[in-house]
Design a protein around this ligand. Structure first.
Ligand code: ASP
Length: 321
């Protein structure tokens, strides 16, 4: 039998509903520990409670601590499952995807309905994750997210619904595989998966979303906070209102990397338009175009990249692949 470690970090999957008030919160004992006998049908299981945090309270420092824990134990296990709140699950998954250097399965899962709610997906998602973790095909695909009978790559997956159990989707390319009653089916594999192990996470990176009529106020405020980097979710193919051009030029002149993604959830940014604030102008002035990741994920990548280099040319090469 394979050996799998389950690391709990909190979130709804670690919580119970109070039947009187309807409030969902943590309890003294992890609710899934009580049912761990069901998991032992699939693998030898160890459990570790690393945090008990709702995921809006998870920071990149927690993500790094989690990565260090996984690195410490990965040799002892055939795979790792991380249970996590769904709100920031995609950021932790992508962080681990970028920093962990292993071909063993590392799978994140969560739940939209806590263990004692009707139609809970907590135990179901945990068992599905375990069934995926013990498959040889789950190796070498980077960090994966298993929820609601689907397997997603960390790079593509995003939470799309506030409450539906089918919330996790990969809008660019679809799931990498599926879970059925009697099988685990991978439709494709990840082609390349560069990793960037780091020892610390210490930089200040802001994330800003562009909107019609945006002026320069927020950019001046960000600049005054001494950022190490900025990610902007731009419009369409990668355009911004022209009022943002001057403050961005000043940031780049001070060696502050400005990364552009699109606020559209499909497609990539590209330097198509030549007007003021258009992608062509932004690219020529040194804005770095990030290919196919969301704003929160580009921010995670920049936080990690800045631990290695502040050189704008090297950063550009890292993002524009
Ligand atoms: N708010 C919860 C969290 O992210 C949602 C969940 O876990 O599904 O911790």
């Amino acid at each position: 039998m394979k050996r799998v470690l389950i690391i709990h970090t909190g979130g709804t999957i670690s919580m119970l509903e109070n039947k009187e008030t309807g409030e969902v919160n943590s309890t003294e004992m992890h609710p899934l520990t009580a049912v761990s006998d069901q998991l032992k049908l699939y693998a030898e299981i160890d459990e570790h409670i690393l945090f008990d945090l709702p995921s809006p309270q998870i920071t990149p420092k927690h993500m790094l601590e989690l990565a260090k824990k996984i690195n410490e134990v990965i040799e002892t296990y055939d795979g790792i499952i991380v249970t996590h709140g769904t709100d920031t699950l995609e950021e932790t998954a992508y962080f681990l995807d970028l920093v962990l250097h292993t071909n063993k399965p590392v799978i994140l899962t969560g739940a939209m309905r806590s263990s004692n709610e009707i139609g809970s997906d907590a135990l179901y998602n945990l068992i599905s994750s375990l069934r995926v973790t013990i498959q040889d095909e789950a190796k070498s695909n980077g960090v994966l997210v298993v929820m609601n009978d689907e397997i997603h790559t960390a790079e593509n997956v995003t939470k799309t619904s506030t409450s539906n159990v089918a919330t996790f989707q990969s809008p660019q390319f679809g799931p990498i595989g599926m879970v059925t009653k009697d099988s685990i089916i991978f439709h494709r594999t990840v082609l390349s998966h560069p990793t960037h192990p780091i020892k610390d996470i210490s930089k200040k990176v802001f994330l800003l979303k562009a909107y019609a009529g945006m002026d320069d106020h927020l950019l001046h405020a960000i600049k005054a906070a001494n950022p190490d980097g900025l990610v902007i979710e731009g419009l369409g193919q990668g355009n911004l209102p022209k009022t943002t051009v001057e403050p961005l030029q000043k940031m780049i002149a001070e060696n502050i990397p400005v990364i552009l993604v699109s606020r559209c959830y499909q497609g990539v940014v590209q330097p198509t338009y030549g007007y003021d604030g258009g992608g062509k102008q932004l690219k020529e002035m040194g804005v770095i175009f990030a290919r196919g990741v969301s704003g929160p994920k580009a921010r995670i990548k920049l936080l990690i990249a800045l631990e290695k280099t502040q050189n704008l040319k090297v950063l550009k090469d890292l993002f524009e692949i």
